[in-house]
Design a protein around this ligand. Structure first.
Ligand code: URA
Length: 431
C-alpha cells in the first residue's frame, strides 16, 4: 500500500511565515492537522512557531489556526441543558482563587457554569489543586456527570478531558521548550480553541498584566484580550474581557487549602476587598452575557445564596464542605523590621516562594502539598508597626523555608508614604 500524498510541504509553510506572508487557509489547516498526526516534525513546528512569534499573524490566520485546533479533537455541546452557559478564563496569577467563589455565585442565578480547568504549573496555582484540598473532592468527571451537574447544581469545576483540542496540547508543550510561549496569536488560539471546543455560549476573560502575570506589559495584555474577544465573537461565543492588575497577589492567601478557606470567607459575605471586587466584577460580566444584567451579586454573597450553591457543588463531586482543611506542620512568620507603610509586595516572588514551599509543582506528575503556601497579614497601603507579622510561610517540612525566603529577598518594602492607589480592574474590552 503506498503512503497518502501530503498536499503541502511544511518547509513551504514555514518560509511563508518567515518572509512575513499570510499562510493560506488550506495550508495552515494542513500544518496543524499534519503536526497532530506527527507527520510534521517538532523541529518544523518549532520553526513555524518562532516565525509566528517574530512576524505575527493576521486576524484571519488566527481564526483559522484556532479552528484547526478545535477540529483536532472533540466538541462538547450544552445545547440540551435548557439554561444559558457562561464560562470564565483567567490568564493566571498569584493568589488567583476567583473561580472558586465565582462559579457557584453565577450558577446561583440559574446559569450553567462549566469550568473545565487545569492543574498548576510554575508559580501560578491550579484551580483543581486548590479544590483537591477538600477531603473527598473529585476532579475527574465523565461528560455525562458534567452535564447532569450543570443541569442540577449549575456549577461544575472539573478536569478538562484530553479530548479537547489535542493539537494545542502538543503545540503548547513544544512552545514551552522553544521560547515561543509569548506569541500573542499562539496564546490566543491556544486558550480560545479549548474554550470554543468546550461549547460555552458566553465567555468572560480575565486578562492579567503586571509582574505576576503571564503578560507583564499592559499593552501586550490589551492586545491579547482584544485578539481573544474577536476570536470568540467570530466563533459565535459572546465574549468580553477585563484587564486586571497582577502586580500584587490577590487576597491574603497564596497556596491551596488557605485559598479555599479565603474563598469560603467571600462566599460567607466577607473576605479581602480585592477578591470580593474581582469576583463581583466578573460575576456581573458573566451574568450580563447570560441575560441577567440586573442580578444583585453582592446580595447573593451576603444572604447565603452563593454559599448554598458552593456546598451543593462540592458535595456533587464527593467533597465534604464541612470537613476541616489540611493544616501545615511547620510555619515561619516574617516580622516587619520597621514601622511605616507597606509600599510594595511583588506577586511573582511570592508566587515562586509558595511554589518552593510545596504549593505548586515543577513537573506535571509531581504532587502538591495542599497545606503549603503563604498567608499575608498586610497588603500594600497598610500601615505596619515594627515587630508586627507581615506574612507566614506554611510548609510540611521546615527545610523548605530557606529557598522560599531566598525568593522573597527584596520582594516587599516598608516606606514612609502610602503608594499611589491603582485600579484592580483597568479596562473592559468588548467586541
Ligand atoms: N494558557 C494556554 O492555555 N495556552 C497558552 O498558550 C498560554 C496560556
Amino acid at each position: 500500500m503506498s503512503a497518502a500524498i501530503e498536499p503541502f510541504d511544511a518547509v513551504d509553510v514555514i518560509r511563508i511565515k518567515r518572509d512575513k506572508g499570510a499562510v493560506p487557509e488550506d495550508a495552515l489547516r494542513w500544518m496543524v492537522d499534519a503536526y497532530t498526526r506527527e507527520y510534521v516534525a517538532d523541529s518544523q513546528m518549532a520553526a513555524f512557531a518562532m516565525a509566528v512569534l517574530l512576524n505575527g499573524m493576521t486576524r484571519e490566520e488566527i481564526r483559522v489556526m484556532t479552528d484547526a485546533m478545535i477540529a483536532s479533537g472533540e466538541r462538547m455541546s450544552f445545547a440540551g441543558l435548557g439554561k444559558p452557559t457562561v464560562d470564565k478564563h483567567s490568564t493566571g496569577g498569584v493568589g488567583d482563587k476567583i473561580t472558586l467563589p465565582l462559579a457557584p455565585l453565577v450558577a446561583s442565578f440559574g446559569v450553567a457554569v462549566p469550568q473545565l480547568s487545569g492543574r498548576g504549573l510554575g508559580h501560578t496555582g491550579g484551580t483543581l489543586d486548590k479544590l483537591e484540598s477538600i477531603p473527598g473532592w473529585r476532579a475527574a468527571l465523565s461528560n455525562d456527570e458534567i452535564f447532569e451537574q450543570l443541569r442540577g447544581v449549575g456549577a461544575v469545576i472539573c478536569a478538562a478531558g484530553t479530548g479537547l483540542a489535542p493539537a494545542d496540547k502538543r503545540l503548547y508543550a513544544l512552545r514551552d521548550v522553544t521560547g515561543t510561549v509569548e506569541a500573542i496569536p499562539l496564546i490566543a488560539s491556544s486558550i480560545m480553541s479549548k474554550k470554543i471546543a468546550e461549547g460555552t455560549d458566553a465567555l468572560v476573560l480575565d486578562v492579567k498584566f503586571g509582574g505576576g502575570a503571564f503578560m507583564r506589559d499592559v499593552d501586550m495584555a490589551r492586545e491579547l484580550a482584544r485578539t481573544m474577544v474577536a476570536l470568540g465573537t467570530d466563533s459565535g461565543v459572546a465574549t468580553t474581557a477585563l484587564l486586571t492588575d497582577m502586580n500584587t497577589p490577590l487576597g491574603l492567601t497564596i497556596g491551596n487549602a488557605n485559598e479555599v478557606r479565603e474563598s469560603v470567607e467571600v462566599l460567607a459575605g466577607g473576605g479581602p476587598a480585592d477578591v470580593v471586587e474581582l469576583t463581583v466584577a466578573l460575576a456581573r460580566e458573566m451574568l450580563a452575557l447570560a441575560g441577567h444584567p440586573d442580578a444583585d451579586v453582592e446580595k447573593a454573597l451576603r444572604d447565603g445564596q452563593a454559599m448554598d450553591a458552593w456546598r451543593e457543588m462540592i458535595r456533587a463531586q464527593d467533597g465534604d464542605p464541612d470537613a476541616p482543611l489540611p493544616t501545615p506542620r511547620e510555619t515561619h512568620t516574617v516580622l516587619a523590621p520597621a514601622s511605616g507603610v507597606l509600599t510594595r509586595l511583588d506577586a511573582l516572588p511570592f508566587g515562586v516562594a509558595a511554589w518552593r514551599l510545596g504549593a505548586g509543582r515543577a513537573r506535571a506528575q509531581d504532587p502538591v502539598i495542599h497545606s503549603a503556601g503563604i498567608d499575608l497579614h498586610a497588603k500594600p497601603g497598610d500601615e505596619v508597626r515594627a515587630g508586627q507579622p507581615l506574612f507566614t510561610l506554611l510548609a510540611g517540612d521546615d527545610n523548605r523555608f530557606g529557598r522560599a525566603l531566598d525568593a522573597l529577598e527584596g520582594a516587599w518594602e516598608i516606606g514612609a508614604d502610602a503608594p499611589a492607589s491603582t485600579p484592580l480592574v483597568l479596562e473592559r474590552i468588548t467586541a
